[in-house]
Each structure stands twice: as C-alpha cells, then as structure tokens.
Design a protein around this ligand. Structure first.
Ligand code: NAD
Length: 249
C-alpha cells in the first residue's frame, strides 16, 4: 500500500472507532533527542545493560552506581521537548477521537504536549519519594542533591535514600497499569501502537486487548501480522499527517 493510502486507511479506521486508544514507546521520543533501547547502532542497550544500572537491586545494594549512571540519563531526559508526534496525539484527543493513551515512556513529553488522558505505566520524572518514610519530593530535589554531590540523595526526615517515580527493573507494575489494562479490555476497539518494539512485558501484552491495530514503527514488530495497517515511517511524520487528515478529511 502507498503511504498516502495507509494514512487514509488509518484515518478511516479511527473515524469508525468508538474506543480509540494509543500505546506509545521510546521510538516516539527519539525525534526529541532521547535514544530508545533497541534501535541498532543508537539504542541504549548497545551502550550498556540498563539492568546493571537501573534496577531495584542496584538502587538497594549500590545506590551510588544507580545515581552516577541511570539517574544522570534520567535527568538529561527532563530537558527534552515534545515533537510533532506528541502534539498530533494531543490534537486527536482534543478532536474527541483519541480516548486515552498508555505510554511506556518516562519522559513526560505527552504531558508537555498537552495530552490529558494518559497512563504513564513506567512512571515519570516529575517527582520522587523516600524509600523509608515515603515522603514525596519534586524530581528537582533529587537533581539538586546530586549536583551538590550528595550521592545518593537522602530524605530530610529520615535520611533514607530517595528514588525517582519510575518503574525500575524488578519493580512491580503500578496500579495505573491495571487501570489502563481494564479500560482497554472493556473499551478499546482500535489501538494505534507508535514507536514501540512491543517486546517489553507486561505492556507488550496490551495490543492483544484491542480488536483492531494500527502500527507505526521504523522496524518490524511482533504484532505486525495482526495489524490492519502497518506504517514503517517516522512517528512524527505519520502522526502529524494522520492528525491533519482527521482534522480536514
Ligand atoms: P524500544 O527501544 O524497545 O523500541 C523502540 C522502537 O521504536 C524500535 O522498534 C525502533 O525501531 C522504533 N523507532 C525508533 N525511532 C523511531 C521513529 N522516529 N519513528 C518510528 N519508530 C521508531 O522501546 P519500547 O518498546 O518503548 O521499550 C523500551 C523501554 O525502555 C520502555 O519500557 C520505556 O519505558 C523505556 N525507555 C523510555 C524512554 C523514554 O522515556 N523516552 C527511552 C528509552 C527507553
């Protein structure tokens, strides 16, 4: 199918749908300057194993390693800005078409772009909390302590180690994941999966809850065979063209 026909087909499916949701992954934010995990030659996984630096085990047993590696990567992500793909999804929600979006990304770019109904199922970088007394802190507090070389940063109340509000390897999924799963199971007749390799479980199980799928990804995914439309182009272009077609077509 030609690119234009793919966009028209995707737009027609969205217009017919009564329960249209999106699932987004790290590939949506590569065009905002944040590397994904698995793009060959550029993905984070090729540079280091995130499990060795971003796991609950490391945070517990060697918090300095966590703060000197994974945390610096997290902190640099907070500078990123949304790209046309994030804005296009916010526009689809504004048009009343997109009922909600589930994201694996911790970068907060959907919030910055103006989306409202979002499940950030791997957490975000707006806040953190004390592992001991659970007192909450803005993410900036963690950054400031690290900049002042207080590594690891600690709680002002009980002096236990602080951690960001992200789901680390070895953490259980947060309650909002199950809320998103329930909503999709009961309402989703169409899912647009954008910029995800769809291999990180349990999130990679969510496309099974949709009756129909549209996939936007530069490389093949496990779900391509089950999708109505597969578009192998950059997310920002595809989502922007799609929003434009939905607004005018
Ligand atoms: P992934 O790295 O496994 O897959 C990303 C996919 O996006 C790849 O298949 C790649 O080919 C594709 N891609 C890259 N750039 C693209 C573009 N411009 N347009 C279209 N496709 C593009 O990412 P994942 O499936 O989200 O899983 C990675 C895990 O790592 C997630 O759990 C996520 O929480 C975390 N992560 C998050 C960020 C972030 O917050 N931005 C960044 C890296 C990793």
């Amino acid at each position: 199918m030609l690119y234009r026909d793919q966009i028209e087909r995707a737009a027609a499916l969205i217009k017919q749908s009564t329960g249209f949701y999106s699932l987004t992954g790290a590939g949506l934010s590569t065009e905002s300057g944040i590397p994904d995990f698995r793009t060959p030659g550029e993905g984070i996984w090729e540079k280091f194993d995130p499990i060795e630096t971003s796991s609950v085990e490391v945070l517990k047993n060697n918090p300095r390693v966590f703060y000197e590696s994974a945390f610096n990567r997290f902190a640099s992500i907070t500078m990123a800005e949304p790209n046309p793909g994030h804005y296009a999804l916010a526009r689809m929600e504004e048009m009343g078409l997109l009922k909600g979006l589930v994201t694996q990304n911790i970068d907060g770019l959907h919030v910055k772009a103006g989306s409202h109904k979002i499940w950030e199922v791997h957490g975000h970088l707006r806040s953190g909390y004390c592992q001991g007394c659970k007192k909450r802190y803005p993410f900036e507090e963690l950054v400031q302590q690290v900049e002042l070389k207080r590594i690891p940063p600690v709680c002002r109340n009980c002096f236990d180690v602080l951690r960001p509000d992200v789901v680390l390897f070895g953490d259980p999924m947060p309650p909002i994941f199950y809320e998103a799963e329930d909503t999709l199971r009961n309402n989703c007749d169409l899912m647009l999966a954008a910029g995800s390799s769809l291999v990180v479980y349990p999130v990679a199980y969510l496309p099974r809850l949709a009756k129909k799928l549209i996939i936007v990804n530069l490389r093949p995914t496990e779900y391509d065979h089950a999708a109505e439309v597969v578009i192998r182009e950059k997310c920002s272009k595809v989502l922007d063209d799609l929003a434009e077609m939905l607004a005018t077509g």
